[in-house]
Design a protein around this ligand. Structure first.
Ligand code: SF4
Ligand code: SF4
Length: 424
């Protein structure tokens, strides 16, 4: 990584502690990613982004701030990036996916909080992530209880705005979410000093839709019998989607897809013929959480899709671009975002339908339902997921894990046995 020490110091980071993270991350990325054979050339860009993760994008965000621009940090798919970009600001993801940040979160949160929340709080309070230092405002949402309470703690340290997400999906809930989006537009306008106009919102809807379309193209390529790219590589791209400049990201994903199109034409696969295909479902896998994909793909199977927020939930359902008023655009955004099936909703049967649909579309031989430890929502929903998949005749394995490596061996054994069972 280039020398960003001065920038990290200026951001008030705990540089000494942060150095420990900088020392282990390249090794982890090397072990998990660079050992793969026959990776697409266009992955070079994404390798670079990870190698420079706490440098190159933070520099761009700070440049933007020097010109008077604002940066908004978000934690969930429901917060509409479109609104932020429409006000000339930048949205960046803030979810923490490393065990490194967990102890910092445990200083203020109950230990039995999910690692995603603990890591996200720890990254801010321990001052060991530049993104958490740069964001001028954090935007939370009322999804799960753990997050709601964590936002109150974060709000004592940084300007925090929380969007009130309904927990059902009736027509009146969708309209309530459209109202909430309009309130968010006002908050963003006040904070940035810039007006969100019909034109600027239409532009940012197109911008984010283009990103979603590129990701959909990438995921479609995984549906081929010859799988042109590993699940691990797609996972890191999905994770980078939360941070990178959307225009550049879209261009790089499309460039990769051009290369993968050629691979499909040439019958190239990164897995041997007959490799079992796995669809993952469950809680998000924030960067740099690559553990499960690595275990699965070194256990003789391939991950062909993720029904997750770091996956298909992120890009399916583009926003309708035809609305021409702020009211109409807010409603179009609400309709789109309420199509995301998070376990915080009740009922949430559409998620279960989706898992079955996606298992068929991606020709999965089996599904692994991944639950981050202490996430009650996804854990409880797992009961219905498992039952529905069994009824549909789709093999399923439920697992619970966290960010540590202490269960890696045990997971390898269970996943290995599952893959073997699929081969019989
Ligand atoms: S799982 Fe739910 S709460 Fe978490 S990021 Fe996804 S939509 Fe948001
Ligand atoms: S994984 Fe579960 S507990 Fe953790 S933030 Fe997401 S919904 Fe909340």
């Amino acid at each position: 990584m280039a020398d960003y020490l001065k920038m990290w110091q200026d951001l008030g980071m705990d540089v000494e502690m942060h150095n420990q993270l900088c020392e282990v991350l390249p090794q982890a990325f090397g072990d998990v990613y660079l050992t793969q054979k026959n990776r697409p050339e266009a992955m070079d860009y994404f390798n670079f982004v990870v190698a420079e993760i706490h440098g190159v994008r933070p520099v761009e965000l700070i440049e933007h701030q020097k010109k008077g621009g604002k940066v908004f940090g978000t934690f969930c798919l429901y917060v509409p990036d479109e609104v932020v970009f429409a006000a000339g600001a930048i949205a960046t993801g803030l979810c923490g996916g490393s065990q490194f940040w967990v102890p910092g979160g445990e200083k203020v949160l109950p230990v039995n909080t999910c690692p995603l929340i603990k890591a996200s709080v720890g990254a801010r309070l321990d001052r060991t992530c530049p993104f958490f230092r740069i964001a001028d405002m954090f935007v939370g949402e009322t999804t799960c209880d753990g997050k709601k309470k964590a936002y109150e703690i974060l709000g004592e340290d940084v300007p925090m705005y929380v969007m009130n997400l309904p927990q059902m999906k009736r027509r009146k809930d969708i309209l309530a979410w459209a109202e909430e989006i309009k309130d968010f537009i006002k908050v963003v306008e006040d904070f940035t000093g810039n007006k969100v106009t019909e034109e600027s919102l239409a532009d940012s809807i197109r911008l984010i839709n283009a990103k979603r379309t590129a990701l959909a193209r990438l995921y479609d390529l995984r549906k081929n019998e010859n799988i042109p790219i590993s699940g691990k590589d797609v996972l890191v791209i999905s994770q980078i989607a939360f941070y990178d400049d959307p225009t550049r990201f879209t261009e790089k994903v499309n460039k990769l897809c051009d290369e993968l199109d050629q691979r499909v034409k040439d019958g190239v696969s990164v897995f041997p013929k007959g490799t079992k295909r796995i669809l993952l479902t469950g809680t998000p896998l924030a960067i740099p959480n690559w553990k499960l994909h690595h275990i699965i793909e070194t256990s003789g199977a391939a991950v062909v899709g993720e029904e997750m927020c770091t996956g298909i939930r992120y890009f399916e359902h583009p926003v309708d671009e035809t609305a021409t008023t702020i009211d109409g655009q807010a409603e179009a955004l609400a309709e789109r975002y309420m199509n995301i099936n998070c376990a915080c909703f009740t009922p949430n049967d559409k998620r279960i339908d989706d898992i079955i649909r996606l298992a068929k579309e991606y020709k999965a031989d089996g599904v692994i339902d991944v639950n981050l430890k202490f996430c009650e929502l996804y854990d409880t929903e797992g009961y219905k997921v498992e039952r529905a998949l069994k009824e549909a005749g789709i093999p399923i394995l439920g697992i619970e894990t966290d960010y540590t490596d202490s269960d890696a061996q045990q997971l390898s054994t269970r996943i290995g046995a599952f893959v073997e069972m699929l081969s019989k």
